[in-house]
Ligand binder design. Structure first.
Ligand code: NAI
Ligand code: MG
Length: 515
């Protein structure tokens, strides 16, 4: 790797932070293929940059077709034996995997915070808890891999099976990489598939470490992780003829491309894509709940880098002033700082590219007549935060509904605010985007709540809370926000298995009708 840089001005590293830097070096230029942390076939690499200080912490193989081919071949070979391991045993091993991840949770979380800027205390470490939960959840579903039997028909036994599909290609993003790794790997392997994961170029290390740890319990080749760029590595993985299922989380345009890659080989895909989700407050809402709900809904403690972020706020005009005043005060109290500082509640935007993208949307709002930045709008003043990709939580009011700021996924700590006074109009507005991922309504009125639930176009609909998807509640977007569900028993059965129909005839003559 290129030389690791310890940033000037950072002071003495705490021992656990030093250990994280050391781990990044150890994992540098490596993939996990066929049971081992090993070199890739390619010599090309790309740098891993810590977004809090813009220093180089390591580097990763820039895998292309050759590494994809090799890794898929390894996974295909492992599939032959893994698919014959009993489902119970696969569940037991996945439970052991959860235990190992739990043992190393602090270290994995620190590595994630170092590479993607998610604050350790509020984001990266809690992400490990839900990762472990997801692994254990799917481990327990092993006993559910069963088909249906049809009652005895004319001396024939009819039944269906639940079989693994083969090699799964999993392409993941950088915003919650470890949890998304588990959401894809756990159902895939419990169902008897093997997996090739392609990490996001902005956050390959924590997932690589998880995959390395997985080798302590899983047979070689069952879970493999390679790194590289979208077109160079993700595309050949998605197109590979031996990849028989693709699971993707990321942007809408890439999701649409993935579906095209899959079309030629009739390969099933699940796509978890973006959103521009509405968060609507009624005049009768309990504001003591709704105001913190605006902040958690925006996922400000993950710098707004969440597909479910409630990034369009619709406040009833009678309560808008009070909500904005109290929300802005609460936002200003959130502590922005080095993601590895346990006191920090907000870390950094993941990359210069995303920082510039967020900045462009805020600039567009500034140039829009009538628009107003109520809070935030750029880098914080704190002299200690001038180097890294820190961005204040931001509220913008007064952009037109058609503005790109109000229609496109910003994927940063920026929400747009609208005032409203007619429920039908606000529901129409809320539905008027290409997305359909999440939506929340705050109200004490059951009629409004039920009408909202009926009419809102969103895959995750909530009333009086703006939580994240919970394990074992199937989750996924409508419209351009995705295809298929994740995180539940049904999603494992529907998306990570295939089924055969079996008829065993015990001597009845063939039925007369043949189809
Ligand atoms: P992206 O969709 O380009 O990247 C996500 C993953 O897809 C990465 O692993 C990337 O290498 C891979 N990829 C990219 N192009 C590919 C291709 N042609 N074939 C196969 N794989 C490919 O997202 P990016 O560029 O990191 O972020 C851009 C925007 O996407 C964000 O601003 C946000 O709006 C959205 N996004 C949404 C996420 C979500 O959780 N739904 C996560 C990350 C990004
Ligand atoms: Mg991209």
């Amino acid at each position: 790797m290129s030389v690791q840089e310890i940033p000037e001005g950072i002071g003495d590293l705490a021992p656990e932070v030093q250990a994280t830097y050391d781990d990044a070096v150890r994992l540098s230029d490596k993939v996990v293929v066929d049971g081992k942390l090993t070199s890739a076939l390619t010599d090309e690499t790309f740098e891993n940059v810590n977004p809090a200080w813009l220093n180089v912490i390591g580097s990763s193989p820039r895998c292309r077709e050759a590494d994809v081919d090799h890794t898929v071949a390894v996974a295909k070979k492992a599939f032959r034996s893994w698919s014959r391991v009993t489902a119970k045993e696969r569940g037991d091993l996945t439970r052991k995997l959860a235990d190992i991840i739990e043992e190393h949770a602090d270290d994995i979380a620190r590595l994630e915070a170092l590479e993607n800027g998610n604050a350790y205390t509020t984001q990266a470490r809690p992400e490990l808890d839900i990762t472990i939960e997801v692994l254990r959840l799917f481990a327990g579903f092993a006993s559910e891999l069963k088909g249906n039997t049809v009652p005895w028909l004319d001396g024939t036994l009819h039944y269906t099976t639940r079989d693994p599909i083969g090699v799964v290609g999993a392409i993941i993003p950088w915003n919650a990489p470890v949890w998304l790794w588990a959401c894809k790997v756990a159902p895939a392997i419990v169902a008897g598939n093997t997996v090739v994961v392609k990490t996001a170029e902005q956050a390959p290390l924590a997932v690589l470490k998880c995959t390395e740890l997985a080798q302590q319990v899983l047979p070689a080749g069952v879970v493999n992780t390679i790194s590289g760029f979208g077109e160079e590595c993700g595309k050949p993985l998605a197109e590979h003829k031996d990849v028989r299922k693709i699971t993707f989380t990321g942007s809408c345009p890439v999701g649409r491309q993935i579906m095209q890659y899959a079309a030629d080989k009739l390969c099933p895909v699940t796509l978890e894509l973006g959103g521009k989700s509405p968060n609507i407050v009624m005049p009768d809402a309990d504001l003591d709940l709704a105001i913190p709900g605006v902040i958690t809904g925006m996922r400000f403690s993950r710098q707004g880098q969440s597909c479910t972020a409630g990034s369009r706020l619709f406040l009833h005009k009678d309560v808008a002033d009070e909500i904005l005043e109290r929300t802005v005060a609460a936002m200003k109290n959130l502590k922005i700082g080095d993601p590895l500082d346990p006191e920090s509640e907000i870390g950094t935007i993941v990359s210069q590219e995303q920082f510039d993208r967020v900045t462009r949307y805020v600039e567009l709002a500034r140039e829009t007549p009538g628009a107003e930045i109520l809070c935030g709008g750029g880098r914080p003043d704190d002299p200690a935060l001038q180097k890294g990709l820190f961005f204040e939580p931001t509220l913008i009011k007064g952009v037109p509904h058609e503005s790109p700021c109000a229609q496109e996924e910003i994927f940063g700590p920026v929400a747009v605010v609208f005032e409203w006074d007619d429920f039908t109009t606000v529901l129409n507005r809320a539905n008027d985007t290409e997305y359909g991922l999440a939506a929340t309504l705050w109200t004490r009125d059951l009629n409004h709540a039920m009408r909202f639930v009926d009419e809102i176009e969103a895959g995750l609909v909530q009333v009086n809370q703006y939580g994240a998807p919970v394990s074992n509640v199937a989750y996924g977007g409508l419209n351009q926000s995705g295809l298929g569900k994740e995180c539940s028993l049904e999603s494992m059965l529907e998306h990570f298995t295939r089924s055969r129909t079996v008829i065993i005839n015990q001597g009845t003559p063939d039925p007369a009708i043949n189809v």
